[in-house]
Design a protein around this ligand. Structure first.
Ligand code: AMP
Length: 127
């Protein structure tokens, strides 16, 4: 069910539980500002989620409230995770779903990294 990205942060969301160690994850990266783990329902041969450690609902919330250090650390982590997964060449796709029209389901900012095969056109045509 897509979320309302303007809602206050919900500390009971599944990624908050992963950050607190209450729910396991298949971790691929962990630093002071970001955590990355494999998506439980992969949509590509490589499908990794990167999340900031701070309490941010969405890209909209993060870009408005996070410090420059948090933003820089998060963006660097996304690139490092993709490189470490061997995706820099031949390439990969980043996706951050935001709110209802973006079909965001988990209300903690996450960037999807997809790779491992040619990913096709960016969006499905309008139906
Ligand atoms: P989004 O629609 O952008 O909010 O995507 C949420 C993503 O989180 C989906 O791709 C889910 O498969 C993934 N997901 C949900 N729960 C977990 C979990 N416990 N561990 C890993 N990935 C998860």
């Amino acid at each position: 069910m897509p979320i309302d990205a303007t809602q206050p942060y919900d500390p009971a969301n599944i990624f908050a539980k992963i950050l607190r160690g209450e729910v396991p994850c298949d971790k691929v990266h962990d630093d002071a500002l970001a955590l990355a783990f494999r998506d439980i329902n992969p949509q590509a041969p490589t499908h990794i989620l990167v999340i900031p450690k701070g309490d941010y609902v969405s890209w909209d919330d993060f870009s408005a409230r996070a410090s420059d250090a948090e933003i820089a650390g998060f963006i660097r982590a996304v690139g490092e995770v993709a490189r470490a997964a061997g995706l820099a060449e031949p390439g990969y796709r980043l996706l951050a779903n935001v709110g209802a029209h973006g079909h965001q389901e988990v209300p903690h900012l996450h960037v999807h990294i997809f790779g491992g095969r040619p990913l096709g056109p960016m969006l499905e045509p309008d139906r």
